[in-house]
Design a protein around this ligand. Structure first.
Ligand code: COA
Ligand code: AMP
Length: 645
């Protein structure tokens, strides 16, 4: 299995002539007009791929597959444990749904370049809506359902969306999440108001529609177009035109709008389905994620359809809906060949089904590989999954910004030997290096900043939405000629990458990317808070959870527990339940350097029970004793040692 991996030959082939490599891959897709240049270094922030080419991503996902004879094959498999609804859509049927939505959008004046915000739970219509936007050359921006109204408002303003597509509700275990009031609040808050909102009414909760504000019943409007049989041809767009904007946590409360283009994105994703994930056309691929995240964009929607696969859209949780066997039921029922999820999901399954009794209840023999990403995969969980499933369990590393795996073990090219703790080696397209803070290359096995040599390959972000300068200053300026991943790690003597930690204030909580900086901004809004710090502490299930330290204003005499619970509510209401912000500690002072920088890194090490050194620049060492004491009182430090290590 190992000796014949084609990885080295393919990687070297790419390195010898990147443009020839991607030019050949581009020919596997449809172009209305071939690119004039494969790569133009003079365009965009760091150059642009497939310049002058005209294409359409929806055409490549649907029309091209149907023309190749896949019309009656499975394309999207909807399986909701939350509602009990299940439905298989063929490529032909997906095209019908997508054309009808595209027609509705067109009637609302949506055209090439217009933005459409999609704020929806895991329903098939969310996927159809994304493809409908792509068909028209409109730019979608999907907002995760677990975000609160304020986050949605920020995205409405930044994208200046013409239309919003939403649903009446989402379904979480034990509660129905009413989306419409959140949407209405967000629109009231936003400076830039959409012209219309298409609302999908779900049986679990009907939302009162504000017709006077432009609300439209999604199903009725789409049905009317289906009855008419409206055909909506694909609008040719430039390869360099944006396909979507996906907002992701930055270091402040202002999220970054990652812009993905049409040409590079489709070429890179198609390559990855075949060569990285090792799935063949006609097979079923399942990314157990959410369309609100990049994994959902790349590997629930676009990747599988571009490669002629069937993709599962799953609404539910890995455990408790109804039990830890749900994933295996899906694998069995839909003959899933390759699966992708976050390590957190597996930690939850292992917690509830350590002996694999649920796994044994289902026939998972069709499964060839399990891919894990989104956060650091702990070796124990990987080994447990390998033992239980008896298939390769593959850790791979990437980010919202890159859109597809930077480092991994490519099943499609033949696996390389596994080193636990490492997502293996960089994929073709990525020249990965580890440098010190001054940008000097570091020798093997030395911890430093992981950077990617420019240009980034096709499929990676081209910029932030309307914010080239922010993209330059946050990602490209610190290490000239390189993209800064903001992950720290090392490369060993065999070229294996080890990703250890973020170098900024991003944390990964249950596979969700969150900014502690954004949480600090919200905590600081509380009238009793003088200053605060939020850090990520190790959590056995979620990987990391946020933990807030509050210094109250001197005259405050209110009950500290009450203030803490108000702050928890504030974060839930401003950012959303997904922030999982539940721990607040009131402290007298925050530990700082003499120049006033809060020592968050040291606090985190203390909380996790890791070895730490007294920073030479600390202003008052006694404060760290106070912090340690309060952390110990809350059960941190010692208790967290094992899991943080
Ligand atoms: N809409 C509304 N609310 C949402 C939501 C959504 N789409 N997703 C999560 N939430 C809410 C949850 O209901 C929960 O609310 P609560 O505080 O009222 O209980 C909160 O956000 C935190 O959710 P979550 O982080 O999912 O934690 P959990 O305790 O409900 O579940 C796991 C724990 C491990 C089962 C769950 O986090 C999980 O499935 N993780 C895997 C995530 C994943 O696959 N990520 C994709 C990256 S590849
Ligand atoms: P996101 O943009 O939500 O995909 O989060 C990206 C970040 O998650 C990365 O920058 C890493 O910090 C972390 N991450 C993702 N996958 C892995 C992995 N396999 N190992 C370690 N960290 C990971």
């Amino acid at each position: 299995m190992h000796a014949d991996s084609r990885y080295h030959a393919v990687y070297e082939g790419w390195k010898a002539d990147p443009e020839a490599f991607w030019a050949e891959e581009a020919q596997k897709l449809h172009w209305f007009k071939q690119p004039d240049r494969i790569f133009d270094p003079a365009l965009g922030v760091y150059g642009r791929w497939f310049v002058g080419g005209e294409t359409n991503t929806c055409f490549n996902c649907l029309d091209r597959q149907i023309a190749a004879g896949r019309g009656t094959e499975k394309a999207l498999i909807y399986d909701s444990v939350m509602s009990g609804q299940k439905r298989v859509y063929t490529y032909d049927e997906v095209l019908t749904e997508v054309q009808a939505i595209a027609a509705v959008l067109q009637n609302l004046g949506v055209g090439k370049g217009d933005r459409v915000v999609i704020y929806m739970p895991m329903v098939a219509e969310a996927t159809f809506s994304m493809l409908a936007c792509a068909r028209l050359g409109a730019i979608h921006s999907v907002v995760f359902g677990g975000f609160a109204a304020h986050e949605l408002a920020t995205r409405l303003d930044d994208s200046q969306a013409k239309v919003v597509i939403s649903a009446s509700c989402g379904l979480e275990p034990g509660r129905v999440v009413a989306y419409k009031p959140l949407l209405d609040q967000a629109i009231d808050m936003a400076r830039f108001k959409p012209e219309a909102c298409l609302i999908l009414q779900r049986d679990q909760l009907h939302a009162p529609l504000r017709y006077e504000h432009g609300d439209i019943d999604f199903a009725q409007a789409v049905e009317a177009e289906k009855v008419k049989g409206t055909q909506v041809p694909c609008v040719p767009v430039l390869a360099t035109d944006p396909l979507y904007v996906l907002y992701t946590s930055g270091t402040t409360g202002q999220p970054k709008g990652v812009v993905r283009d049409n040409g590079g994105h489709m070429v890179a994703l198609r390559w990855s389905m075949e060569n990285f994930f090792g799935v063949k056309p006609g097979e079923t691929f399942w990314a157990a994620s959410d369309i609100g995240w990049v994994v959902g964009h790349s590997y629930i929607v676009y990747g599988p359809l571009l490669a002629g696969n069937a993709s599962v859209i799953f609404e539910g949780k890995p455990v408790g809906t109804p039990d830890a066997g749900t994933y295996w039921r899906i694998v069995q029922d839909h003959d899933v060949k390759v699966m992708f999820t976050a390590p957190t999901a597996f930690r939850a399954i292992r917690r509830d089904d350590g002996e694999g009794e649920h796994i044994a209840r289902y026939d998972t023999s069709g499964l060839r590989a399990l891919f894990l990403a989104g956060e650091r995969a702990d070796t124990e969980t990987i080994k447990w999954a390998e033992r239980m499933l008896k298939v390769p369990v593959i850790d791979h590393w990437w980010q919202t910004e890159t859109g597809w795996p930077v480092a991994g073990n490519p099943v499609g090219l033949g696996l390389m030997p596994v080193k636990y703790g490492s997502p293996t080696r960089p994929m073709p397209g990525y020249d990965l290096q580890v440098v010190d803070d001054d940008g000097h290359a570091l020798p093997p096995n030395t911890l430093g900043n992981i950077v990617l040599k420019l240009p980034l390959p096709p499929g990676c972000l081209v910029s932030f939405w309307n914010a080239d300068e922010r993209f330059r200053s946050t990602c490209l300026e610190e290490f000239p000629g390189y993209y800064k991943t903001a992950d720290a790690g090392l490369v060993d003597e065999d070229g294996y990458v080890f990703v250890m930690a973020r170098t900024d204030d991003i944390i990964n909580c249950a596979g969700h990317r969150l900014s502690t900086g954004a949480m600090e901004e919200v905590c600081a809004m509380h009238p009793d808070v003088a200053e605060c710090a939020v850090i990520g502490v190790a959590d056995p299930l979620k990987g990391q959870i946020p933990c807030g330290f509050m210094v109250l204003k001197s005259k405050v005499e209110r009950d500290e527990a009450l203030i803490a619970s108000e702050i928890v509510d504030l974060v839930r209401n401003e950012i959303g339940p997904v922030a999982a912000f539940r721990t607040v500690m009131v402290v007298k002072r925050l530990p700082k350097t003499r120049s006033g920088k809060v020592l968050r890194g040291t606090m985190q090490k203390i909380a996790d029970g890791l070895p730490w050194k007294m920073p030479a620049t600390i202003d008052d060492p006694v404060i760290l004793d106070e912090i340690t004491e309060i952390l110990q009182k809350h059960g941190y430090c010692e208790q967290h040692k094992a899991m943080a290590g």
